[in-house]
Design a protein around this ligand. Structure first.
Ligand code: HEM
Length: 587
């Protein structure tokens, strides 16, 4: 720029461009730049005066100028986890709020259920934190990151596709795919292996066949390849969350990670585009056939969620029971859009992608791009979370044979030595297994943090502190779930934490693995049902062992909580005992 200036003006101003005058032009430039920068900084601080005042009251480690506490995020993902988790105990004792600075960004951690309730139950604080923008190239404006009217409209459309009546129609597919996972694991014999690989593959394939309604065999990429690409994408996003210099797009785009991200996105989007194309072709074919037969109304509907053959006819009463059963001990009176059990009518009782394709058919409700973004969102949220949850569960069973034995006793009471598929009614009887799943989600919540951006100041309930507008609020589920005031002996795995008498006396927002309130997880009932079928099928077939004690597990700070040392287990084929003559409960 300076050279251009010099060359361009050379004939006119030649006499003044001696080396010493050049020096003075440069000097003048910097003399101007420094005051401008200082003025801008003063203005920036002034605008954020209130933020700094309120932040000063919140406990937290002292940061360095410019980078704040970004240095805490150095090292590998396990080191980062240890840094943040251990530090959080120094500052956020027994649920007190704590703060961190990442560069100029203020991050406030909330772990008291009363404060968590203020944020999660609100229909005002629904904006996702700016950190979610790194998901944009992948998930676009999908349900996870969208906000405002777009989010509201899409949530209203999508939530009914995870209604219990739809989920019941997936029973056969849940069973078949769970048995397939059991068969695939057989090749490991009795040696130790990382079970997360199998859980990711199974959860991707189950999603493809249920929510997406396509045959997994028709996909070019395997479920495992898709899951592996998603994991690498998450690693890159996580780098951008934790390394302050990777945050600006122009710097990130100069790194090798940007190129890697483009390749991974091509692959991941390739699968979703392929799924959509197949589904759309089937929809159009049906529509054409319906038009030809002059009966468009009935035939344009794609796979309606009708109960499958393996499932005995369900009575109305069961539906009500299951709403309770799969709502993970939710206190009565607290309902969200997934608990609404009104007569939703035939039309709405469609699986996820069927409904979206139909909605996009005339372009009024959704565009094709929006459908793809929702498919990408469900494919990600629906598989990685349950893969982590089921892997943690199996590792726990491996280190706690006493608990595993009780789960198996319950399964023997339900199934005996029969290898019949699991019915919907069976899942209602798996009370102890359900408690073990919930205790796993307490100790190892697959989504360890939920982040929102506040548009207005919030007065907390647990203290007299306020959280300023324009900061990132983080609900630390992992820390909240291990608060000794709420869970005595929180590092001990105890399914009895979820006995009805315990849950009814606990603050509802003290257990939020699926978040809660208007932005709660839309797939939580799907997840609980799938986990019960997958995990019971595995335990009916194998004894699980794990050689690494729970206290030595290395957790990794990531978008989805995982073990950085892998989910190593060993299996031994199991013979179930015949069903006892009198049915007792395992509680
Ligand atoms: C154990 C399994 C699961 C856990 C622990 C879990 C947890 C969560 C959490 C904590 C959130 C809130 C995230 C946030 O606000 O940042 C969420 C949102 C979401 N989850 Fe799940 N999830 C699970 C399974 C599923 C499944 C199976 C699906 C779909 C099939 C799904 C779809 C979604 C979607 C679409 C959202 C965004 C909802 C919205 O913002 O309106 N999740 N999940």
């Amino acid at each position: 720029m300076l050279e251009f200036l010099i060359c361009g003006m050379s004939t006119v101003v030649e006499p003044i461009l001696t080396p010493s005058s050049l020096f003075s032009v440069t000097n003048a430039f910097f003399y101007l730049l420094i005051p401008i920068a200082a003025l801008w900084y003063a203005y920036f601080r002034m605008c954020r005066k209130r933020l700094y005042e309120l932040a000063a009251e919140i406990p937290g480690p002292k940061g360095l100028p410019l980078i704040g506490n970004a240095y805490e995020f150095m090292g590998d993902s396990n080191k980062i986890f240890e840094n943040i988790y251990v530090k959080s105990f120094e500052y956020a004792k027994d649920g007190a709020p704590a703060k961190l600075w990442i560069g100029p960004r203020l991050i406030v951690f909330l772990t008291d259920p009363r404060d968590v309730e203020i944020i999660l139950s609100s229909s005002v604080y629904i904006d996702k934190a700016p950190e979610y923008r790194f998901f944009q190239p992948w998930l676009g404006n999908g349900l996870l990151i969208s906000t405002g009217e777009t989010w509201r409209a899409h949530r209203k459309l999508i939530a009914p596709t995870f209604h219990l009546n739809v989920l019941k129609s997936f029973m056969g597919l849940f069973n078949t795919n769970s048995r397939l996972a059991v068969e695939k694991m057989r090749k490991e014999g009795t040696k130790a292996f990382d079970v997360h690989h199998y859980m990711s593959e199974a959860t991707v394939e189950i999603l493809l066949e249920t929510a997406m309604g396509v045959d997994k065999g028709t996909q070019e990429a395997s479920g495992f390849e898709y899951a592996a690409a998603v994991m690498k994408l998450c690693d890159i996003l996580h780098l951008r969350h934790t390394k302050v210099w990777m945050r600006p797009d122009f710097l990130f785009n100069m790194t090798k990670y940007a190129k890697e991200q483009v390749k991974l996105l091509d692959f991941v989007h390739g699968l979703t585009i392929n799924v959509m194309a197949k589904k759309k072709a089937a929809f159009l074919e049906n529509k054409q056939a319906a038009l030809e037969s002059g009966n468009a109304g009935d035939k344009t509907k794609t796979t309606e969620a009708a109960p499958q053959k393996s499932e005995p006819a369900t009575k109305e009463k069961e539906v009500t029971d299951t709403v309770k059963g799969l709502s993970f001990g939710q206190s009565s009176g607290l309902k969200d859009d997934l608990d609404v059990d009104e007569d939703i009518g035939e039309k709405k009782r469609q699986a996820f992608l069927d409904l979206l394709i139909e909605s996009a058919d005339n372009g009024n409700v959704l565009t094709d791009k929006e459908v793809r973004e929702q498919v990408d969102t469900i494919m990600f949220e629906g598989h990685d979370t349950t893969a982590a949850g089921s892997s943690f569960f199996l590792c726990i069973m491996g280190v706690r044979p006493d608990i595993q034995e009780k789960v198996v006793e319950e399964l023997e009471q339900i199934f005996g030595d029969s290898d019949r598929p699991c019915t919907f009614q069976d899942t209602l009887e798996m009370k102890y297994l359900e408690r073990c799943i919930m205790e796993t989600l307490r100790m190892y919540p697959p989504v360890p943090i939920i982040a929102r951006e506040l548009q207005q100041e919030v007065q907390l309930k647990s203290t007299n502190l306020s959280v300023p507008a324009k900061c990132t609020v983080i609900i630390g589920t992992l820390k909240l779930h291990r608060n000794p005031k709420i869970y005595p002996n929180p590092e001990h795995f105890d399914p009895d934490n979820f006995l009805p008498e315990k849950t009814s006396n606990r603050h509802y927002y003290a257990f939020v693995p699926f978040s809660a309130g208007p932005r709660s997880c839309v797939g939580r009932k799907y997840a609980m049902l799938k986990l019960k079928i997958l995990l019971s099928t595995i335990l009916r077939n194998y004894k699980v062992y794990s050689d690494i004690p729970q206290k030595d597990w290395k957790l990794q700070a990531d978008i989805i909580l995982k073990r950085s040392d892998g989910f190593m287990i060993r299996l031994e084929p199991r013979k179930m005992k015949p069903k006892p003559a009198t049915v007792a409960t395992a509680n």
